[in-house]
Design a protein around this ligand. Structure first.
Ligand code: 0X9
Ligand code: ZN
Length: 256
């Protein structure tokens, strides 16, 4: 979805996606909530909408998402068959074309972090990357929502031995997001580079957005919880967490 005010205006833009990993259900819920807020309650969000357009992709991995409803609640990857293997699915967050094939991205089709046979081999990542590249000159921020762990991560994810030249600004805006999210529900988020704070993993969308598409502010946000229920976040928490994610979005965009 594109949300632009007025329609077709050429404002700087924010990319938001969710559901690249099938089992992380709070992510599509949160991104869908953002969409509903920006559309249905646009009058309350003029701070955002007067300055920016939004591109919102609530479910990057629809086949996988469906599969978690019908067959395997903890499925992570997409669902396309693999050549020369009976194992199914590519990890769409190891398939992007920046430093593709490095650490933490498995060449084995049977692994949960299978990177696919080549960069952008998956239709989902290829289509999204074309869409983004056509508009990247206008995009100021790239936000991809995952769960779980309560982290605000910025590049690089592929290595812990280097950092983007604007890492101080990336860190500062990440902290502003963490503060806003804490204020909403009292959940603490750690802010840092993906490889240092979590683990090195190459081929992520955040690294490609920064290194490939040149979008200055790129983040992966790992929503709650911190590990108690993990991917199986109880339904009672959906409302609070989606609202907290929106508060983080607002704060980070306003800090740009
Ligand atoms: O491993 C991932 O893809 C993300 N964590 S998750 O538990 N949701 O699977 C973290 C991605 C961080 N970014 C990069 N490594 N590029
Ligand atoms: Zn994920």
């Amino acid at each position: 979805m594109e949300i632009s005010q007025p329609k077709g205006s050429n404002k700087p833009a924010i990319w938001i996606d969710g559901g690249i990993h099938a089992r992380e259900w709070i992510s599509p819920a949160s991104v869908t909530y953002m969409l509903s807020e920006l559309v249905e309650n646009s009058a309350y969000h003029q701070d955002l909408l007067s300055k920016y357009s939004f591109y919102i992709m609530p479910v990057m991995n629809p086949d996988g998402y469906e599969y978690t409803h019908t067959n395997d609640r903890l499925w992570r990857k997409a669902r396309s068959p693999t050549h020369h293997s009976s194992c199914i699915g590519t990890d769409l967050n190891r398939n992007w074309g920046y430093k593709y094939g490095g650490k933490g991205a498995s060449p084995n089709p049977c692994d949960e972090t299978y990177r696919g046979p080549s960069a952008f081999s998956a239709r989902e990542t290829r289509a999204a990357s074309y869409f983004i590249l056509q508009r990247a000159h206008n995009m100021k921020m790239f936000l991809t929502f995952h769960s779980y762990g309560q982290y605000i991560l910025y590049p690089w994810g592929y290595t812990a031995n280097d950092e983007p030249s604007n890492w101080r600004d990336l860190h500062r805006i990440g902290q502003i997001g963490a503060q806003a999210m804490f204020k909403k529900n009292g959940h603490s988020y750690s802010v840092g580079s993906a490889a240092k704070l979590l683990y090195p993993a190459a081929g992520g969308s955040d690294d490609w957005a920064k290194g490939g598409a040149g979008i200055e502010y790129s983040y992966t946000i790992e929503l709650p919880d911190a590990g108690r229920y993990g991917f199986l976040l109880p339904a009672i928490q959906i409302r609070n967490v989606t609202q907290e994610a929106f508060a983080g979005l607002e704060a980070m965009v306003n800090a740009l």
